[in-house]
Structure formats: structure tokens, C-alpha cells
Write a protein that binds this ligand. Structure first.
Ligand SMILES: Nc1ncnc2c1ncn2[C@@H]1O[C@H](COP(=O)(O)OP(=O)(O)OP(=O)(O)O)[C@@H](O)[C@H]1O
Ligand SMILES: [Mg+2]
Length: 357
């Protein structure tokens, strides 16, 4: 496999759009901040106490070379946090290089990170500067850290302890000054216990650990994020949607968001793209998994937006059927008994109300 040199996309400020570079097998991304841009947490939307505490810590430690490990479920914003650290630090004028350690053959990753001399291996037709050298004075963001092969873990330890690298096939060492931020959605402590991750490296990268809470543990951020993404996609899609309808917002507040902020962003983009109303985002535009949560929420009948018995009795009927199916783990015969209707009647209603059963 040939790896072409990575072209460097420039962005105006941290958290901005990242230009995808097809030229690289590694999908490394380098960010260069514009001279006058004062990076803040502008693009990280949150009001939850846990996140505000994280921002406070970032401001405090940004200028130190302290290694930071960012943990959290997929889509919680780990990359955004890593960039915020860099752009709030004195290193902001230097590059931040982002490398995803997952799923890349070891030799390829090694030569990308540490570089090689001409002839170091079969395909090494010309010398190549490693990304650590390119990040000199700046920050290296190593994503999916749990996937870093053991052999490279030793080399990384050397960067952390001695500030030096040795390109493949090169006899000398090169001094580098790079701040290392790592991220993982796996439990690295478990990987250490299983023997997949070096304990000494674990302590080195984990000098400071920032744990990003999942979105379901900071639901107060949901309305802010919804507004933020509506604004973002109004610009992108040329729309003028002002806000979500109250029942639509309620659905989003009730949902558990296994894909966290990324899932919320995708849901908003999809709903906006499909929206038939020019001003308001309606609940009908949400994917069914969000809708069903609302329907099964026992205590919450606030979504009755009309007093019409005719309309509400249909909602109530649908709600009762979903409840019965939940209770019987989807057994329709048992559900029909609880509901005191015949099985064919239940099957008909399931179809009519488009219930996922
Ligand atoms: N607090 C936030 N405010 C605004 N946007 C956010 C926030 N958190 C995450 N996002 C957005 O959600 C998406 C996912 O964030 P990011 O890529 O940083 O997550 P991640 O934790 O690195 O995910 P993964 O583990 O899958 O790599 C991005 O588009 C990001 O801009
Ligand atoms: Mg990430």
C-alpha cells in the first residue's frame, strides 16, 4: 500500500469543519488555527456541571505539557475536547495532528508516526518525515488509543519519557517537543489487566483523565444542543426553522441517545431535511425509536396537544398496546389477553399504528 503525503487543511477555529483528505490511508487530520483566532469553547455547547468542570480543568492545564486521556462513549465529543485543549494552549499556533490508531497495520502506523529512511522497508522508495516530527511544538492527538499495537506502545513511551523518536531504519534519535492527548471509548484499565496495554504507558498517558459523560447523564444539554444544531443546519441546508415543537423536544429529552451527541446531530439534520413545516420541527420527523420512547413514557401525558377525545383515544390505545407488548416481551397472544382484545384485533392495530413489534 502506498501512502501519499497528507495535504493540510486549514480551519478558522477549533471545532470547525474538517476537510476530509482522501489522499491518506490513515485519515490523519492536521489543524492550523488562523493567526488572530482566539479559540474558546464556542463550539462546544453545554451547561451541565460535569462539562463545565471539564472546561475549567482544560483552561487550567492547557498550557502545561501534561498528557491528557479523554474517555467517554462514542459520540460524546472526545475529539472536540482534545482540540479545545490544543487551541486553548500556548501551542495553538503549531499543528495538532490527529491519528486514529484503530485498524491500521502496525508497520504502516509506525512509519506514519515515526517516519522512515529510504529503503527502510520494501516500499520505502523515499524518506518520510514522521507525524511526531511534523507535530513538533504542537499536539499529537491519538484516537482509539486502546488499539495501539504493543510494539508501538514501547515507542510511544519513549516519546513521552524522553521526548525523542527514531524513524524506521535510522540510526540516530530525533528530539521532539510534542504534547500528547489520547482518547478511547474502551476501558484501558481492563486492557491493562488483560495484558493488551502496557501498564507503564497507561500511567504516562493518564496523568490527567477527562471523562466525558454520556448525553443521557446530562439531559439539560439537549435543548441547547438542539438549538445549536438547528442553527448549524439552517445555514448548511438554507432553511429557516426556528425551534422544535414542544412534543418533538420532549421526545428528544426522553430518549437515551446511545450514540450521544453525534446521534442527536444526525437526528436533527435528518428531521430538518425531511421537514415539511418551514418554521417548526415536528415530532413526526423523528425516527421511530425516539417516537416510541415518548409513547411508552408512563407518567408523561403532556404530549396531548388537543382535548379531542377521538384523537387522544387513539394515542392512548397505541400507548396501551406498546405497554402490553413491552410487558410480554413482544408476545402478541399474551399481550392480547392483557389488553382484553382478540389476537386478530391486536395484529390489525399494530399494523394500523405502525408499532415496531
Ligand atoms: N458539546 C458539544 N457541542 C457541540 N457539538 C458537539 C458536542 N459534543 C459533540 N459534538 C459534535 O458531535 C459529533 C461527535 O463528536 P466527536 O467526534 O468529538 O465525538 P467522539 O467522542 O470523538 O466520538 P468517537 O468515539 O466516535 O470518535 C461531532 O460532530 C461534534 O462536533
Ligand atoms: Mg473521536
Amino acid at each position: 500500500m502506498t501512502i501519499k503525503k497528507n495535504r493540510v487543511p486549514e480551519i478558522a477555529e477549533a471545532g470547525g469543519e474538517i476537510e476530509k483528505n482522501d489522499n491518506t490511508a490513515l485519515e490523519n487530520k492536521r489543524f492550523q488555527q488562523e493567526e488572530d483566532s482566539t479559540c474558546s469553547f464556542d463550539r462546544i455547547v453545554s451547561r451541565s456541571n460535569k462539562m463545565l468542570a471539564i472546561f475549567k480543568t482544560i483552561r487550567k492545564i492547557a498550557d502545561y505539557k501534561t498528557s491528557v486521556l479523554v474517555t467517554g462513549e462514542s459520540g460524546t465529543g472526545k475529539e472536540l475536547i482534545a482540540k479545545a485543549i490544543h487551541y486553548n494552549s500556548i501551542r495553538r499556533k503549531k499543528p495538532i495532528i490527529d491519528v486514529n490508531c484503530g485498524g491500521i497495520p502496525e508497520t504502516l502506523l509506525e512509519s506514519e508516526l515515526f517516519g522512515h529512511v529510504k529503503g527502510a522497508f520494501t516500499d520505502a522508495y523515499r524518506p518520510k518525515k514522521g507525524l511526531f516530527e511534523e507535530a513538533d511544538g504542537g499536539t499529537m492527538f491519538l484516537d482509539e488509543m486502546g488499539e495501539l499495537p504493543i510494539a508501538l506502545q514501547v515507542k510511544l513511551l519513549r516519546v513521552l519519557q524522553e521526548d525523542e523518536i527514531r524513524p524506521l531504519g535510522y540510526s540516530k534519535i530525533i528530539k521532539v517537543d510534542v504534547r500528547i492527548i489520547t482518547a478511547t471509548s474502551r476501558n484501558l484499565r481492563d486492557e491493562v489487566n488483560k495484558g493488551n496495554f502496557r501498564e507503564d504507558l497507561f500511567y504516562r498517558i493518564n496523568v490527567l483523565c477527562l471523562e466525558i459523560p454520556p448525553l443521557r447523564q446530562r439531559r439539560e444539554d439537549i435543548p441547547l444542543l438542539v438549538d445549536h444544531f438547528i442553527e448549524k443546519y439552517n445555514k448548511k441546508l438554507g432553511l429557516k426553522i426556528k425551534k422544535p415543537a414542544s412534543d418533538c423536544l420532549q421526545c428528544m429529552l426522553d430518549y437515551d441517545w446511545p450514540g450521544n451527541v453525534r446521534e442527536l446531530e444526525n437526528v436533527i439534520e435528518r428531521a430538518m431535511a425531511l421537514s415539511e413545516d418551514e418554521n417548526i420541527l415536528l415530532a413526526d420527523m423523528l425516527p421511530p425509536e425516539l417516537y416510541q420512547v415518548r409513547e411508552t413514557d408512563e407518567d408523561n401525558f403532556s404530549y396531548f396537544d388537543t382535548l379531542s377525545i377521538k384523537k387522544n383515544s387513539r394515542k392512548l390505545e397505541k400507548y396501551l398496546i406498546i405497554q402490553a407488548l413491552n410487558e410480554t416481551k413482544g408476545n402478541k397472544t399474551k399481550a392480547s389477553v392483557i389488553l382484553e382484545i382478540s389476537l386478530p384485533a391486536l395484529l390489525y392495530k399494530i399494523k394500523e399504528y405502525q408499532i415496531n413489534s
